[in-house]
Design a protein. Sequence first.
Length: 254
Amino acid sequence: MSWKFVSIHLAAAALLLAGCNPPATATIPPPPVPLSVSYSPYLARIQDALHACALELPQAAIFFDQTTGSEQDFKDHDLFLWWGEKPIGIDFTYQLGEDALVVIANLKNPKQELSQQELNALFSGRIERWTDIGTLDQKTAIWIYPEGNLLSEVFKLEVLAGRGYTSLASVAPSPQAMLEAVESTPGAIGFTPRAWISQEVSIIEIDPALQSKLNRPLLALTKTEPKAELQALLACLQTGAGQAILAEDYEPHQ
């Protein structure tokens, strides 16, 4: 038998065997796991942090929206990003940073600090002109948030000892609206989470002990123990690209 004959038969056998094997197919990756995230309206730039994490986690499809934080909101979402102390009934809590309410005033007001007594008098309506405690010749313009709003309730509890605001106070529906109102009114004073602060308003210094009472955590809340994809999202928000963005506005969790 010639080598040429053997080579031809071997080649034919190889082709026959190749024809019997199924063609190679690409491995189809599993579809991304959907994650529903809701966040408090008091949080600044939280969407930027979530977008950054979504880019790092192709195994998850992250859907997020802003809600008020009702009991139903916690039931309808896998993760809720929350400003303030942990709500009752939530078992799984992960801190992402720290924020605080700060007192703000219009830039034209030379007043740089206020005592708790002065704050009480201002927000209760007992001081009606800034000349009573300073040099600005303007009527006071008190700005608060709507009744029942978490920010208003925290300020009322810690600064006013639970007493009510003046009935003459104007109402801002959101931190952004608060900034715009205080910026545009020379005699205005209000309060907002520190993360929202802009250069268009001034921060009023208050007693350090009182300021510490206005500190609040930024929390991630889950109704059940997180699975792998949700754990990865939490890690991103606590130590990854999401945390890098949050750290621009919030104090890191100690």
